[in-house]
Write a protein that binds this ligand. Sequence first.
Ligand SMILES: Nc1nc2c(ncn2[C@@H]2O[C@H](COP(=O)(O)OP(=O)(O)OP(=O)(O)O)[C@@H](O)[C@H]2O)c(=O)[nH]1
Ligand SMILES: [Mg+2]
Length: 291
Amino acid sequence: MNINWYPGHMARSLREMGERLEQVDLVIETCDARLPESSRNPEIRALIERKPVILALTKADLADPEVTSEWISQYREAGLTALEVAIPERSGLPRLVEAIQESGAEVVAHARSRGLKARAIRAMVVGIPNTGKSSLINALAGRRVARIENRPGVTRAPAWVRTTGGITLMDMPGILWPNLGSERQRLLLAASGAIRDDILNREEIAFATFRLLRERYPALLAGRFRLPQDALEDEAEDAYVLYEEAARRRGAVLPGGRIDGDRFARLLITELRDGRIGRISLETVADRALP
Ligand SMILES: Nc1nc2c(ncn2[C@@H]2O[C@H](COP(=O)(O)OP(=O)(O)OP(=O)(O)O)[C@@H](O)[C@H]2O)c(=O)[nH]1
Ligand SMILES: [Mg+2]
């Protein structure tokens, strides 16, 4: 990985997040349900510690539901308010609104006790890039206020959005941290779409993903790439040979017969991100002991 990749605007956004924190009652931290712990930025966590936090595991429709439930239980046991959301199915949104109202109830009660009209509860939505912060805000607002795109780094500046239920949300730019965890975590972050594809080697991302799918979801891999499942489950079979076979079956072949590595890597990563391989979790509770 290019060690000079960390963009200056992220450091600035982190500073701005710290300054703006005073303006909010609580924070909604988003992480990707497919790799919850590895998609939480430790620098953001340290910063928002002094505020009530709701952890939203986003894109739950793309993740393995059983693994997501385990994550939620684990987080709740650790004392965190954690819930899953899936925007395409609009699931988890009422619970999130409830959690925001619960967490902000004191603000409202305080105003009432002083005979004042309750002001809106103010929450800041933070997280790494491409975890659905703007999508979440649009869904809660019931209209397209924030720009959404399937690439990291779309939101560039903080913005307030009024939603229903007496809640005002602040959309924030996604922020990464300089080292991004272990090599494996970096590759999974890249596979999920949180890091620009050109920062890491695309074929490495694709091959790492392939090996993970082989280990955890051989039936889905076999189905999507027309590979024999028994070969995928046979440890004696070489992973790269199977990977090349998958590329061939999907037509990623160069004139002369070698596989078109770049084309297949793009195809695999795109299909994973779009959920076309199936509902996949890239990280289980057992993979990551919680701090
Ligand atoms: N399948 C699925 N896709 C989602 C969900 N939420 C967001 N997305 C998609 O994820 C991509 C990124 O969404 P954004 O809302 O722009 O993410 P963001 O966190 O605001 O990203 P930055 O502004 O770059 O930090 C878009 O293609 C969304 O359509 C979800 O719950 N499920
Ligand atoms: Mg955004």
